[in-house]
Design a protein around this ligand. Structure first.
Ligand code: FAD
Length: 540
């Protein structure tokens, strides 16, 4: 035996799972308490161990064995069903039952949205594909609650029960929701939708004829869709099964062959006089569904912040063990710059996401927070989702060749990373939305300025950046909107770190606001204290 042993395996890191992404994340625990979600800390903590252990283990097969469309049964009847790997359902069941989709609505107490945001952050580290149906289910509730006749749907989200059976919701303890806005001729500009809704004259019921070009989580129990009614673009709830149990009249044409997001199914669908119930007035479709979209955009921020954190944890674990040129990677000065910079970026992404979660949480009680949520969601969605792909690639590089290999999980993260910046309003759309809010909703600009001012007099670079930033809020220049939003995002992140007394705040301000940073990550000033951000991100 030993005669054929070519080598001993050494200088490889130990296994990095199970991991508890709650216990190993000081910044998350602090953010939950700071933003008012502490009452739920026990529930969030329990989910951390589950997500980083069992759910992460289940995720590999759910991801590898992609969902399959079964359009017909063996006898030729249309069934329009998607089959998932059983682990997909196990992961969904655990997430729903722990409140990832429903905690905000099951427990209306202040802080519930913040705690759910933390659950969402933990879940996204384990299995981002299922985050799509979980997010849409969560976000649909404020829209469903607008229609008294649809109360049962909202209540069944709040019930936090998962039931994947393809039956009418009457017989189900819990439901999931999807959304259909994007058509072939236009996604960002949904006014171009051509799906026609014809009133059936009773109970706000309509028949829909048309298509949707992207239709994720097509096994959801119901979908919020936009269609053209006589009074203009309107919002509808389209059930998968009608109340009598019959299949609604829509056909899944095919599943998209996606870059990533493999555990989740995204389809193309055609409506053939599919039944749907109108929510809100005819012609108010965009305004109605925007309440859902605001929440899915928050989850895009949280999802990207989570991918960032997961990639950082992988990089730190690897660099702590791997030796090169006689020293561990984490001891090499240039690698320390990279890791410290990643750590700063990660904490800032989390801080902004959790702050927006608090603003959303407080919105019904506090108009100032509602105004902040309105604009800060678009700012954060643009910036954090934009940063994730470059960040994941940088973390991947920390692992060297191993980071390019599927078992390391980095390739999966890398494929997932661009998605949050594309769906729910792509980057430019977010920037134009910020301009719109600044121009038309003075309360949003005021809330933003108040938020930024609250951190003044703490840091020289921060204070120096504020006057120009205040001045730029008057801008209506579309072509310059990305630069404006990037600078607002950095200032918001800096202000939050300063107010949280994060030890990373000074270095964040110096590098991101004071000009002490290049275009790539890992370009902190050479004299910076790298030990502190690394130790904070990786207390092991
Ligand atoms: C995996 C996946 C799943 C999806 N699931 C769903 C789903 O379940 N339901 C659903 O409704 N949609 C879904 N989508 C669609 C997604 O929301 C849209 O792709 C997205 O909103 C962009 O729309 P579009 O593809 O039509 O691009 P376009 O609207 O053609 O935009 C293309 C680019 O142009 C930019 N742009 C547009 N207008 C302007 C402007 N005025 N100025 C400057 N730039 C502009 C956009 O920012 C974008 O970068 C999904 C997409 C993906 C990739």
């Amino acid at each position: 035996m030993s005669r054929f042993q070519t080598h001993a395996v050494d200088n490889q890191p130990p296994e990095f799972a199970p991991r508890d992404p709650w216990q190993d994340d000081i910044a998350l625990r602090e953010a939950l308490a700071r933003e008012g979600g502490d009452a739920h800390a026990g529930q969030v903590a329990r989910y951390g161990a589950l997500a980083g252990g069992e759910l992460l283990a289940l995720s590999f097969d759910a991801h590898r064995d992609r969902p399959r469309l079964r359009s017909h049964d063996r006898f030729g009847h249309r069934i329009d069903t998607v089959e998932f790997h059983p682990n997909y359902h196990r992961i969904m069941a655990a997430a729903v039952e722990h409140g990832v989709a429903g905690l905000s609505w099951a427990d209306g107490s202040p802080g519930a949205h913040v705690a759910r945001a933390a659950l969402c952050y933990l879940h996204n580290q384990a299995e981002p594909g299922t985050s799509c149906p979980l997010t849409m289910t969560h976000a649909a509730v404020p829209v469903l609650r607008q229609a008294p006749g649809l109360r049962e749907w909202a209540d069944k989200v709040a019930a936090c029960r998962y039931d994947p059976r393809d039956v009418a919701i009457d017989g189900k303890p819990g439901v999931t929701l999807g959304m259909g806005m994007t058509e072939k001729q236009g996604g960002s500009d949904v006014r171009a939708n051509t799906t026609i809704a014809t009133s059936l004259g009773v109970g706000g019921e309509y028949a829909l004829v048309g298509h949707k070009w992207f239709f994720s989580a097509p096994m959801s129990d119901g979908f919020l869709v936009l269609a053209q009614a006589p009074g203009g673009l309107s919002c509808f709830l389209l059930p998968r099964r009608l109340p009598d149990g019959a299949k609604n009249a829509f056909a899944l044409m095919r599943l998209k062959d996606k870059l990533g997001d493999w555990s989740n199914a995204s389809g193309e669908v055609e409506f053939m006089e599919a039944r749907a119930w109108r929510i809100g007035d005819e012609g108010r479709g965009i305004a109605t569904i925007l309440q859902m979209v605001m929440l899915t955009r928050l989850d895009c921020m949280l999802g990207s912040a989570a991918q960032i954190r997961m990639a950082l944890a992988q990089a730190l674990h690897h660099a702590s063990h791997r030796m090169a040129f006689g020293k561990r990677l984490i001891e090499q000065p240039l690698m320390r710059n990279v890791l410290a910079d990643l750590a700063i970026e990660s904490e800032a992404a989390l801080a902004l996401s959790m702050r927006v979660a608090r603003a959303v949480d407080a919105s019904p009680r506090d108009p100032r927070e509602a105004a902040l949520a309105r604009i800060a969601t678009a700012i954060g969605k643009y910036w954090i989702c934009k940063r994730a792909p470059a960040f994941v690639n940088e973390a991947q590089e920390c692992l060297g060749g191993a980071g390019y290999i599927e078992e390391s999980i980095l390739p999966r993260l890398y494929r997932q990373a661009p998605l949050n910046s594309i769906w729910e309003g792509s980057g430019n759309i977010q920037c134009l939305d910020v301009l719109r809010a600044l121009a038309r909703e003075p309360e949003s600009a005021e809330a933003l300025v108040a938020e930024l001012d609250a951190a003044s007099c703490e840091d020289r670079d921060y204070d120096a950046a504020l006057p120009a930033l205040r001045e730029s809020l008057r801008s209506t220049d579309e072509a310059g909107a990305r630069m404006l939003v990037e600078r607002l995002a950095l200032a918001l992140q800096a202000g939050l770190l300063l107010r949280a007394n994060s030890p990373l705040a000074g270095l964040f301000c110096r590098s991101r606001l004071g000009g002490g940073h290049g275009l790539a990550l890992g370009t902190l000033p050479a004299d910076a204290d790298f030990a502190m951000p690394i130790a904070r991100a990786w207390p092991m």
